[in-house]
Design a protein around this ligand. Structure first.
Ligand SMILES: NC(=O)c1ccc[n+]([C@@H]2O[C@H](COP(=O)([O-])OP(=O)(O)OC[C@H]3O[C@@H](n4cnc5c(N)ncnc54)[C@H](O)[C@@H]3O)[C@@H](O)[C@H]2O)c1
Length: 361
């Protein structure tokens, strides 16, 4: 078996990684179609450099399948709908598949009503919020995507976990410039980044965690029992996390706050997370060319702003991700140790170690 150090020096083509991941998930009981969609979502997330929420998530997801919290044979269904909205029951089906379907429903609603909302109840961990928002770009629409999740973040003035990391993403098409694309947790960082630091024995930057008395700490070793994650930008991130809770949890009929179960862990029950997807049909409101020209003008004005002494460049949200993806598609990707550990574990679980090694060159 190749060592981690060896694999870290090699590169993998996104298409090869996607094929490997899809096959591994089929061996865990997913249909070919669901495995293909899930592999596409997670590999694309890796190409953006968001490795915390890319293919390293497959092993824990397959454990959730084994524990019964995610049911690979289940189908999602629309429970209620109107001209511009729908509420979908995920039925604990594969969350990436449910999320893609719900975003497509929001897009279809926006095609006829101008704006479409699709809420999802009874779902689980859908990975990075970003992939689903970018589906709207294919239709020249603005896309928004968000999910609630089990509480691990303190609220302003509190010292215990009350609310989830509740990520939110938006994607907006432009003309000659790249689409603007933000994908962030409403906590100061995603939990996965704390868990990675903990697993690697590294400290975390000041401001990420507080101890049980509410005092700042940079030591992740006690997380989650003896420290709690902080909201992004204090009460501002806390406020946005509440918005996500309303649109993804309360409005859909999914669980919210302490009602949501952790999706990872031995025998984890169904998480009952909620998601929300919104599509805005630009062409219904203004000529598309005019919108794209205005987006280009906004992007250029931002990029021409005087730079801080320490800055080499001003980035638009998403610009780093598009550039990393271009490089990944051209030259392949070098994956960090915490992704490779998970991929090796997955390969071992499903008897595909030899296949994994052959895709790294
Ligand atoms: N499903 C879940 O339960 C869950 C929960 C939390 C987070 N997540 C995911 O975790 C991932 C990471 O979240 P995070 O909050 O740690 O992200 P992050 O702090 O790494 O921020 C990433 C975003 O910030 C933008 N950005 C970064 N530097 C920039 C700069 N200098 N100028 C302009 N824009 C810049 C990027 O383009 C990107 O959109 C996201 O994909 C999120 O969806 C998922």
């Amino acid at each position: 078996m190749a060592t981690l150090d060896t694999l870290m020096t090699k590169r993998v083509a996104p298409a090869d990684l996607q094929r490997f991941c899809a096959e591994a998930m089929v061996r865990c009981g997913l249909s070919r179609e669901d495995a293909a969609v899930t592999a596409e979502v997670l590999t694309t997330t890796d190409t953006w450099g968001t490795h915390s929420h890319g293919t390293r998530q497959i092993r824990p997801l397959m454990r959730a399948v084994k524990a019964g919290g995610i049911r690979p044979g289940a189908q999602s269904a629309i429970r209620r709908e109107g001209p511009g909205w729908a509420v979908v029951d995920a039925n604990c089906a594969m969350p990436m598949v449910v999320a893609c379907r719900a975003m497509e429903i929001a897009i279809a609603k926006a095609k006829s009503a101008g704006v479409g909302y699709a809420g999802v109840a009874h779902s689980s961990h859908f990975g990075a919020a970003g992939y689903y928002a970018t589906l709207a770009l294919r239709h020249d629409m603005i896309g928004l995507s968000m999910t609630n999740c089990d509480p691990c973040v303190a609220v302003t003035g509190g010292r215990t976990p009350v609310i989830g990391t509740n990520p939110i993403s938006f994607a907006v098409p432009a003309g000659q410039e790249r689409p603007v694309f933000l994908d962030v947790a409403t906590s100061i960082v995603a939990v996965t980044k704390v868990m990675i630091a903990k697993a690697m024995g590294r400290s975390v930057p000041a401001g990420w965690l507080c101890d049980p008395e509410g005092r700042p700490t940079t030591d992740p070793s006690g997380y989650p029992d003896r420290s709690v994650l902080q909201p992004m930008a204090g009460y501002k991130g806390y406020g946005l996390a509440v918005l996500v809770e309303v649109l993804a949890g309360i409005l859909t009929g999914a669980s919210f706050l302490s009602g949501i179960k952790a999706w990872v862990g031995e025998n984890a029950p169904p998480a009952d997370q909620g998601h929300a997807f919104i599509a805005i049909d630009i062409g219904a409101m203004m000529p598309l060319d005019a919108f794209k020209a205005r987006m280009d003008a906004m992007i250029r004005e931002i990029k021409q702003a005087p730079k801080a002494v320490s800055a080499e460049r001003i980035y638009l949200p998403g610009e780093m991700e598009w550039e990393r993806r271009d490089t990944a598609l051209r030259n392949g990707m070098q994956l960090p140790d915490y992704v490779l550990v998970n991929l090796q574990g997955l390969a071992e679980d499903v008897g595909m170690l030899a296949e994994l090694e052959t895709i790294f060159r």
